[in-house]
Design a protein around this ligand. Structure first.
Ligand code: SF4
Length: 313
């Protein structure tokens, strides 16, 4: 497709396109948001060309009442538009808002337990199920899985450092990339030293039964590239964008800009009030620099925010 790729100084792209036919399953993580719509459209084109469309499984990590209304249904609609299998995964127990109340704390940029508990870990349970399906069908050897996400470099400095394609290594992965990394880390452990960051094989989803790689097909894309792909895809966009939100995500993401949070509070007064009540009850601010009560106060005294261009800052 003709997109203007961003000129970014990225750490490297790896293979521009993974060999899709070499994977048993291709897992498309779809949130219902614009980046995952563009990712899905791009993935479908490549998978169709490689003759492996039937290996794609779309997965939506359900965050419950933290999400915008209709998000799960929209993600299902996006998968159905291409005739793809659709799975919903969720953490056992209450949803993200319940969990904030239970833990007595909000997540933050350094401690994003919301992502690990409500997205990464539930998706891994699906990976386990897919591996079992392959084994039940007589697959021998490790099952190969490509985990595909709509992450973009432009979104944050942390995401800019990611590779568009990499192996999800782990301590139990027997591949030629992980084994030497593990050996090096073991040397530190033997000396009773802390293993430096980036030295070990990582805590990815691979293990003795599965080889998991991760691919971000739209990593180098600009927001304009994404919107162009969304338009070509013909997929329906969530009304939150039409109301001026720059991203879908949670209604009140701890990483969002103040203006995005204020607009969201204007659009979602009840959920905002619920979070403010929780904030008061647990005695922990939504964010160090910004409380939910302050967001609501700003939403009440400001004219309706038309549109927010930027997520961060
Ligand atoms: S959108 Fe924000 S608050 Fe919600 S799970 Fe992601 S990082 Fe956490």
């Amino acid at each position: 497709m003709s997109t203007t790729q961003m000129e970014l100084e990225l750490p490297g792209f790896g293979p521009s396109l993974p060999d899709l036919a070499s994977y048993d399953w291709i897992l498309a993580n779809i949130s219902g948001g614009k980046d995952s719509m563009a990712m899905l459209y791009e993935l479908v084109q490549h998978a169709r060309a490689a003759g492996v469309l039937d290996r794609i499984v779309c997965v939506h990590a359900d965050l419950g009442s933290a999400e915008w209304e209709g998000t799960k249904e929209l993600a299902a609609e996006h998968a159905a538009a291409f005739g793809l299998r659709f799975e919903v995964v969720a953490r056992k127990g209450g949803d993200l808002i319940d969990r904030i109340e239970e833990r007595g704390m909000f997540p933050d940029a350094d401690n994003r337990w919301c992502t690990s508990d409500f997205k990464r870990n539930p998706v891994r349970t699906l990976i386990t199920r897919l591996v079992q399906t392959s084994r039940d069908a007589g697959h021998t050897g490790r099952v190969r899985i490509l985990n595909v996400m709509g992450i973009r470099a432009e979104e944050s400095p942390k995401r800019r450092k990611l590779l568009a394609f990499s192996h999800e290594g782990s301590w139990t992965c027997p591949c030629e990339e992980c084994v030497p990394k593990r050996a090096k880390a073991e040397q530190y452990k033997a000396r009773k030293q802390k293993v430096p960051k980036g030295v070990g094989p990582g805590w990815g989803a691979s293990n003795t039964l599965r080889h998991v790689d991760v691919w971000y097909p739209v990593h180098a894309w600009s927001a304009m590239d994404v919107w162009a792909a969304v338009e070509v895809s013909g997929l329906r966009v969530h009304p939150a964008y039409l109301a001026g939100m720059p991203r879908l995500s949670c209604k009140f993401c701890v990483l969002a800009s103040k203006s995005a949070l204020v607009l969201s509070a204007q659009l979602n007064p009840e959920p905002a009030a619920r979070l403010a009540r929780i904030e008061k009850k647990i005695g922990h601010r939504f964010r160090n620099d910004l409380s939910m009560a302050e967001i609501i106060a700003e939403a009440d005294r400001s004219p309706r925010v038309e549109a927010v261009a930027c997520w961060q800052g």
